[in-house]
Design a protein around this ligand. Structure first.
Ligand code: 2P0
Length: 352
């Protein structure tokens, strides 16, 4: 069932809360196959996106809640990353709490001490906002379940977690379930919504079941241009209309390939999407370039392996220089021999 914004508002009042609550949640990162690039309104996507959910690259979060004597207007919290206080992260989290307060008013009754940890190295260039906000959103939905026993089913709570995560970071909406998630309303894909991501209504074809994503860290460190700034540049992008059209077509085609197991077309489309994303950055005003010489070198090696050894391997890119290498598990040895061992970059081997 499709849910509306009002369906996510918690309307319970006058509940007596426990003095102390401990919460924990874990959420994975995800890699978009069809990219979310451009947004409007309250974190609504310009076009639908389709992603693989990763497994190893995750954020694990715990929170110790203490009941306040008087409920506060804003959420009172402290944030720790790897056990160290990180006030520099607090404005973004405070903004998230502000946006979700109306859907989860009970969060203001407590002081939150939040401890977060990523399983991937800090400053590896892997975006942590998707897994971080998904973990926080899952925790808040768990709290709602504990405080307000209701008849609502698991499906509702998953959608609510995705809805809340979206308000923290768009791509976080897709880090709520696995192995494939679709975020954004598409007339040709059932049950899709701009408000939250959903798992498709079909089984992922076995060809993709043991798929791997090895992330080649061409460039570590903070992003030079934030994704939020990149999304905003789409509002007046000269290719906005054509990109929308392309992404709607690609989202539909991608779901068809994931269902039918059409690996050749999956490869073609996945790479086309990655290149479209970076072409949009290179043609915005102002324009910018995130790929590095190393990115192109890895891309050329991957294409060479496909042509000469017929290996079903392809690449995709996030908003950065790192290359995600996607391939079935059964060609891992070949890739180790002909690709990974030839590179000096650090590599994070993950799977979907
Ligand atoms: C994606 N990216 O679909 C695209 C492709 C990066 C490249 O969504 O402003 O951190 O927090 O909603 O989700 C990265 O942007 O941006 C992103 P906000 P987000 O994964």
């Amino acid at each position: 069932m499709k849910l509306k914004e009002q369906d996510f508002i918690n309307t319970y009042r006058d509940i007596s809360y426990p003095d102390k609550i401990d919460l924990s949640a874990s959420a994975p990162s995800n890699i978009a196959l069809v990219k979310y690039w451009g947004k409007h309104g309250m974190q609504l996507p310009m076009n639908p996106s389709v992603s693989f959910t990763l497994n190893q690259s995750r954020t694990n979060t715990t929170a110790h809640l203490s009941l306040l004597k008087l409920p506060s207007k804003t959420v009172e919290f402290q944030f720790f990353l790897d056990q160290k206080p990180r006030p520099d992260f607090e404005p973004k989290i405070a903004g998230f709490f502000e946006k979700i307060k109306v859907y989860a008013p009970f969060i203001t009754a407590f002081h939150w001490q939040i401890y977060s940890q990523n399983t991937f190295p800090h400053s590896s260039g892997i975006a942590s906002s998707a897994s971080a906000f998904a973990a926080l959103a899952k925790m808040i939905v768990d709290l709602e379940k504990q405080l307000f026993p209701s008849h609502k089913d698991d499906n509702y709570y998953k959608k609510k977690a995705s809805f809340l995560a979206r308000l923290g970071s768009g791509s976080a909406s897709r880090s709520i379930a696995h192995p494939v998630m679709i975020w954004g309303k598409h007339p040709g894909i059932p049950d899709t919504s701009d408000l939250y991501a959903v798992a498709p209504d079909f089984e992922l074809h076995p060809v993709f079941k043991n798929f791997r994503d090895s992330i080649i860290l061409v460039e570590k460190g903070q992003k030079k241009v934030s994704s939020t700034a990149g999304h905003n540049l789409m509002a007046k992008h000269p290719f906005k209309a054509i990109r929308k059209q392309q992404a709607f077509l690609h989202a539909l085609q991608m779901t068809q390939y994931l269902k039918s197991g059409d690996l050749d077309n999956f490869i073609k489309l996945t790479e086309a999407e990655a290149l479209s994303l970076h072409a949009l950055m290179m043609t915005s005003d102002p324009n910018y370039i995130l790929i590095q010489p190393g990115t192109l070198k890895v891309i050329q090696l991957i294409r060479h392996l496909r042509q000469t050894l017929n290996l079903p391997v392809c690449f995709t890119l996030d908003a950065g220089a790192n290359v995600h290498v996607l391939y079935p598990d059964k060609i891992s040895d070949n890739l180790e021999k002909y690709l990974f061992s030839k590179l000096t970059y650090e590599i994070i081997h993950d799977y979907i």
